[in-house]
Design a protein around this ligand. Structure first.
Ligand code: FAD
Ligand code: SF4
Length: 515
């Protein structure tokens, strides 16, 4: 009887692992071993947020525990790197074949192709099934040099999977309710309760281990994330009940009152397989069909997963490895020290958001896009430094989702392959969509002088500096037209004041927390 090892990566914790299903068709379960690895090299690659490390390790240990309870033989390795685990495993068990599912990330997938050379055992790599567009990719026949947009991609997936469809028509007669989803949060709007999952013995032990790790950025906020399929299902149900009906209305809102608002905080679980994308989509659609949640909310939420998430995954694979070096705006400045715990910038919106990152490992989409990456585009921060920072700080950050979101959508460093325009805005937009400005020492409408909002100053400076390039981008038309309101004196003073302000930023390699 053939002996098979099923090797499962740390972000592939699916309820029914495809490699295990496949192996079970080839041999008797008694001849199958499952291999899981805690790789030190991976866990110490950068100064990760303590919640991210705790989440990854605890979810993996729970997964091993569940598989053992189901009767599988599980070999769990705590080693320096995957290669060591593979070689040790082959020496101990000598399987005829290793079966694994292709990694979602470029580096992981490249390594899987080297496994056979590392250990001398045949390796079968199955297609990745963590994305709905893997089975039906609307971009499959579009050449990679062609610019693409998300909307037709999303509609094709809705039609294929019959999501929010009434016959051949989209529910409500329109595909996209984005226009209805741009309300600021009213001061009196009550906020939903948080969904905190209690710690069990495994997670308590992991928290204690992570607390001793020197290279980690330790959060003072207690760890309350889900680490099993059952817990993650609880988080999904909590979101549907307490947040989904308002998700659309306040999707673009920002507030100093709360870091999550009506967002789901499901990305950590979707990204490691604790929740399947179709499960979350169908739960939201059911809330619409039963009349519990309105269509603008449900369509908006489903578009995030079936549209943006899938589109980003396909965009990553279309444009890697080039995305890693993309730098259209020639942004060279190092990340300021105040992106890390400790020092602050004086910009209340940005300081609040960065503090949320180091507390929770999470901020919602608009804070990522319109505060953090907006600032980084306007200040000309090196895209690699920005990506590295996101990867370290965010609990849901993985290579496949970072590069297209940060370098593509956020920084527009790819020259517009992924998003049709740079998402840049002045303090006026931040004032309209948030409630930070009232507590800030700067004034959002002021673009010169001591009280000038740095977002506003840098926004006008960016438009002036890149005026010719931006004029060639149809969607930037209104922004560039705004330059006609600047006097000749403004045109002279803004670049000088912007350079003076930027010169005050202390680079992050001078930050003692990074030594
Ligand atoms: P919700 O607002 O509740 O949305 C529901 C789900 O839709 C999310 O859980 C996520 O799975 C999916 N989704 C929505 N937008 C996107 C998108 N643009 N790309 C991929 N999935 C999306 N997402 C990550 O998963 N990891 C990251 O590291 C990450 N970094 C980002 C960095 C920048 C600069 C930007 C602009 C976006 C980034 N995103 C990232 C996308 C998005 O911001 C997060 O998925 C979302 O904020 C996660 O919070 P949530 O689960 O509460 O999302
Ligand atoms: Fe942010 Fe500018 Fe408003 Fe201050 S004034 S909170 S820096 S947008």
């Amino acid at each position: 009887m053939r002996t098979i090892t099923v090797a499962i990566l740390g972000d592939q914790l699916q309820h029914t692992p495809p490699a295990l299903t496949y192996a079970s068709q080839l041999t008797d379960p008694a001849h199958i071993r499952i291999m899981l690895v805690e790789s030190q090299a991976r866990l110490t690659l950068r100064p990760y947020h303590s919640h991210k490390i705790t989440f990854i390790i605890s979810a993996l240990r729970h997964y091993a525990h569940t598989l053992r309870q189901q009767g599988w033989q599980v070999d769990y390795y705590q080693v320096d790197r995957w290669r060591t685990a593979l070689q040790r495993h082959i020496a101990d068990h000598g399987p005829d074949t290793i079966v694994t599912m292709a990694g979602a990330e470029y580096a992981a997938r490249s390594a899987q192709h080297r496994w056979q050379a590392w250990c001398g055992t045949p390796v079968e790599i199955l297609p990745n099934t963590q994305f709905l567009s893997a089975a039906h990719n609307p971009l499959a026949h579009t050449p990679t040099h062609k610019r693409t947009v998300m909307e037709p991609f999303y509609r094709a997936l809705r039609q294929h999977y019959r999501i929010l469809m009434d016959g051949d028509e989209p529910c409500g007669g329109t595909w996209n309710f984005d226009h209805a989803n741009r309300k600021p949060l009213p001061a009196r709007q009550s906020l939903p309760p948080p969904c905190h999952i209690p710690l069990d013995d495994i997670t308590t032990q992991v928290c204690a281990e992570v607390a001793q790790m020197p290279a980690v950025q330790h959060s003072t906020t207690p760890f309350t994330l889900a680490v099993t399929h059952a817990d993650a299902a609880q988080v999904l149900a909590h979101f549907i009940t307490h947040r989904l009906p308002w998700f659309g209305d306040y999707e673009d809102a920002m507030s100093q009152r709360d870091h999550q608002l009506f967002h789901s905080l499901l990305s950590p679980y979707l990204n490691v397989g604790l929740i399947e994308p179709l499960t979350a989509i169908q739960a939201a659609e059911a809330a619409y069909r039963t009349g519990y949640a309105p269509l603008n909310a449900v369509e908006g939420f489903i578009r995030q997963i079936l549209g943006w998430r899938e589109y980003m995954y396909q965009s990553y694979w279309r444009h890697m490895p080039g995305l890693r070096t993309a730098n259209t705006w020639d942004a060279q400045r190092p990340l300021p020290a105040w992106f890390w715990p400790g020092p602050t910038s004086g910009m209340h919106c940005l300081d609040t958001t960065i503090d949320r990152v180091w507390q929770h490992g999470y901020t919602h989409h608009i804070e990522r896009l319109m505060l953090i990456s907006n600032f980084c585009v306007l200040a000309g921060i090196d895209p690699i430094a920005v990506n590295e920072w996101f990867l370290a700080g965010y609990i849901d950050a993985y290579d496949w989702v970072m590069w297209p979101n940060v370098s593509g959508m956020g920084l527009h460093a790819d020259g517009g392959l992924i998003a049709t325009k740079p998402y840049i805005a002045s303090g006026t937009y931040i004032e309209k969509m948030g409630d930070f400005c009232g507590s800030c020492r700067y004034h959002p409408k002021q673009r010169q002088g001591d009280a000038a909002c740095p977002f506003t100053l840098l926004y006008w400076n960016f438009l002036l500096h890149h005026e010719q390039t931006l004029r060639t981008q149809p969607r930037m038309g209104p922004a560039v037209l705004g330059l006609r309101h600047l006097s000749p004196a403004d045109r002279d003073i803004i670049p000088i004041q912007a350079q003076q302000w930027l010169a005050t930023m202390v680079p992050s390699h001078d930050n003692p927390t990074q030594e």
